[in-house]
Design a protein around this ligand. Structure first.
Ligand SMILES: Cc1cc2nc3c(=O)[nH]c(=O)nc-3n(C[C@H](O)[C@H](O)[C@H](O)COP(=O)(O)OP(=O)(O)OC[C@H]3O[C@@H](n4cnc5c(N)ncnc54)[C@H](O)[C@@H]3O)c2cc1C
Length: 244
């Protein structure tokens, strides 16, 4: 296996500042925030996140959605459709504003030895770290079978189709499916990513789950009940802070 995928390294988190390069809506509720880091020493492993300072004392974790090759620029996909500290902060940012973050952190890291089959399960902005990981796999010309199950609510939540198509073009054995849990179109069957589970082949497969806590729990528990080993299920839960 390609040694460059051996990511069992620890990158010490530190405090960084960055300037806002651009901000644009990628769906009705998600903003893509591009930051230019004011340092060349920041490094991360695809799948990790940063803690963005959203006021004088609070931070919010956001996964890095861009590939390493774009450093010192990085992108985040931030849910901005609700009233929240992080959401309001990102909505208030303008190009050239300075932000502070601590990072990197996170355990959604590809194993150094990839099994022939890789299954990604994401809900909402839980897709962010997978875009970064997939960019890395494109660079390495990986030929393993990779399937991304991507759950959103409605058609207006669709995002990143050009990016996903681009990845499909560059990774010959990458496929993805979008599941709508509450589609507006009555002809579309409501489906969650969990509908992929019955009958799913689990041999020679690693699973990576990211997003809503209930999805990660349900998919993880179902996979364990199918006999998948805990070590073959890597998770990052987008839990919400309790202290606010
Ligand atoms: C490791 C990790 C990585 C994460 N990565 C990302 C990421 O890449 N992108 C991302 O958007 N989030 C990510 N999150 C979640 C993120 O950190 C925030 O918790 C979340 O965006 C809500 O923060 P907030 O400050 O906007 O809202 P808060 O101030 O925490 O909450 C305010 C109110 O809004 C509600 N609320 C919070 N989120 C939503 C929502 N999405 N829809 C509707 N109501 C909501 C809360 O229940 C609360 O009532 C990640 C979380 C973790 C733990």
């Amino acid at each position: 296996m390609d040694d460059n995928l051996n990511q069992n390294i620890f990158i010490k988190p530190a405090v960084y500042t960055a300037s806002v390069f651009s901000k644009n809506n990628v769906s009705s509720k998600v903003t893509k925030l591009m930051l230019n880091i004011n340092s060349n020493s920041f490094n991360f492993i695809p799948g990790q996140y940063i803690n963005l300072q959203v006021n004088s004392e609070r931070y919010r974790p956001y996964s890095i959605s861009s590939g390493k090759r774009y450093l010192p620029t990085l992108s985040l996909l931030v849910e901005t459709g609700h009233e929240g500290l992080g959401s309001n902060y990102v909505n208030s940012l303008k190009p050239n504003d300075t932000v502070t973050f601590i990072g990197p952190a996170g355990k959604l890291l590809l194993k150094s030895y990839l099994k022939p089959n890789i299954q990604f399960f994401a809900t909402g902005t839980g897709i962010a770290p997978f875009i970064s990981i997939l960019d890395n796999l494109c660079e390495k010309h990986i030929t393993n079978n990779i399937f991304l199950h991507f759950g959103i609510r409605k058609e207006e939540d669709i995002m990143l189709l050009p990016e996903l198509e681009d990845i499909k073009f560059n990774l010959p054995n990458f496929r993805y499916k979008i599941y709508f849990s509450k589609p507006k179109n009555p002809e579309l069957q409501p489906q969650r990513v969990t509908s992929a589970l019955p009958g799913l082949a689990v041999e020679d497969t690693d699973f990576y789950l990211c997003g809503h806590p209930a999805m990660v729990k349900e998919v993880g528990e179902t996979l364990l009940s199918y006999g998948v080993l805990e070590k073959d299920i890597v998770t990052e839960i987008f839990s919400r802070p309790e202290e606010d």
